[in-house]
Design a binder for this molecule. Structure first.
Ligand code: CMP
Length: 412
């Protein structure tokens, strides 16, 4: 599929279209001094829009959801110098159709930057409001004209002032419409102002609340959790630990569970994502030093994240071995039956493999020394990997025998 013009080009065109949307109405309303050397700007815009039309025709393909005929129709109308050919200055306003590119850019950004979508919506709203206020001020300047003894810029600033005070329904009575066209124009601006006001009230609060949906979701969940725990009379100390756990998960992973957030991806893409997330851990484990890329991918797919709190017992000596673990973050203590420390393991280390390989109960107790991010590899997946990669199975058995004999690899 054609990818379309690159984003920097789209941004450039959107900026050019915006400049056009500012200077063309200011010129068309008749206050020509507002835009000196307009013809040059107009020619420059014409060249840019023409170049854009050529670029777009080369990259045909629908990317934005806006129908093709609207986009190309707008592009063609925006590029035709109708006002120069006919001498009707108002036809220059067709250049404003190029603003469809700004709308298109927003759609494109929405797909690429969902995280900032609400901020973008807010910026977009302010952008359109700014343009509308400018257009309405230009219209008022056209109707009212420039007061005798003042220059056109003063006239524009006064129009802007009138426009903002009318739109915001403040309406100081110092700039009253006097002619019928002025009164009708004022009525339209007031209606527009009230409608926009309604829209702002309805949407801005919603946008602001949702600027960070993950954070909002986290706090909502924490509130529910707190009320539930209080309602069920869970002891304060236990409540604190539950809250601490969520806080830790939030601080370290924005509260996202990497497995559920990625569900639904096609297998190949899922493998790539999981490899990216877990490669650091898998590659640092001496356990996988000899493993092939394919084996690492297979392991990455079946390793499950698990967070432990300080002082948690991952398992106890004598327990049945159901999984082995890899340390992604934090430290764990290997304790003997009396609670004495045999070893301290950290990032990149693995533990719990002996019970699986030797088919024996756990030979030591594992306790976390702080918050720990682990990856768990269940016994059935572990056995499956050993069965499918016999050379790796030999390597693992050798390592395990070494560890059980010398009780060494940990940093004790
Ligand atoms: P397992 O016996 O399944 O459960 C306890 C785990 O502690 C064990 O597997 C090893 O992974 C780990 N372990 C045991 N002894 C040591 C040691 N001396 N150094 C590091 N890790 C150890």
């Amino acid at each position: 599929m054609s990818r379309g013009p690159s984003t920097p080009w789209n941004i450039f065109i959107a900026v050019a279209a915006t400049l056009g949307a500012i200077i063309i109405p200011a010129h068309v309303v008749g206050s020509r001094d507002l835009v000196p050397r307009f013809l040059w700007y107009d020619i420059l815009l014409n060249i840019i829009f023409l170049a854009d039309l050529v670029v777009r025709l080369q990259h045909r393909g629908r990317r934005s959801g806006i129908p093709g005929w609207v986009l190309y129709g707008a592009d063609i109308l925006a590029v035709l110098p109708l006002h120069l050919l006919t001498g009707i200055g108002g036809l220059a306003l067709f250049r404003l159709l190029k603003l469809t590119r700004v709308a298109e850019l927003l759609v494109e950004w929405r797909h690429h930057n969902l995280q900032r979508w609400n901020v973008l919506r807010l910026v977009y709203f302010i952008y359109w409001m700014g343009l509308c206020v400018h257009w309405l001020a230009c219209g008022w300047l056209e109707l009212r004209g420039v007061a005798p003894g003042t220059d056109v810029w003063t006239g524009y600033v006064r129009s802007l002032y009138w426009c903002v005070s009318t739109l915001t329904t403040i309406g100081y009575a110092d700039n009253m419409p006097s002619t019928n066209p002025e009164i009708i124009y004022s009525i339209m601006v007031m209606i527009f102002g009230v409608a926009t006001y309604g829209y702002v009230i309805g949407n801005a609060a919603n946008i602001l609340v949702n600027i960070d949906p993950a954070r909002a979701g986290y706090f909502t969940h924490m509130e529910k959790l707190s009320s539930f725990m209080t309602y069920r009379g869970i002891p304060p100390e236990l409540q604190r630990r539950v809250r601490d756990y969520h806080r830790y998960v939030w601080d370290n992973r924005l509260g996202y569970d990497e497995e559920s957030i990625m569900t639904g991806l096609p297998p190949a893409l899922m493998t790539e994502v999981m490899m990216f997330l877990k490669r650091d851990v898998i590659q640092n484990v001496p356990f996988f030093a000899t493993a092939s890329e394919q084996l690492l991918k297979d392991v990455a797919l079946v390793m499950h994240p698990a967070v432990y709190m300080p002082g948690d017992l991952v398992f106890k000596k004598g327990d049945v071995g159901r999984a082995m673990y890899f340390i992604s973050k934090g430290e764990i203590e290997v304790l003997d039956g009396n609670g004495a420390r045999i070893a301290l393991l950290g990032k990149g280390d693995a533990f719990g493999e002996m019970a699986l390989v030797l088919d024996k109960p756990r030979g030591a107790t594992i306790r976390t020394a702080g918050y720990c991010d682990l990856y768990r590899l269940d016994k059935k997946d572990f056995d499956d990997i050993l069965r499918r990669y016999p050379e790796f199975a030999v390597h693992v058995r050798q390592l395990t025998r070494l560890r059980s004999r010398w009780k060494l690899p940990g940093k004790s």
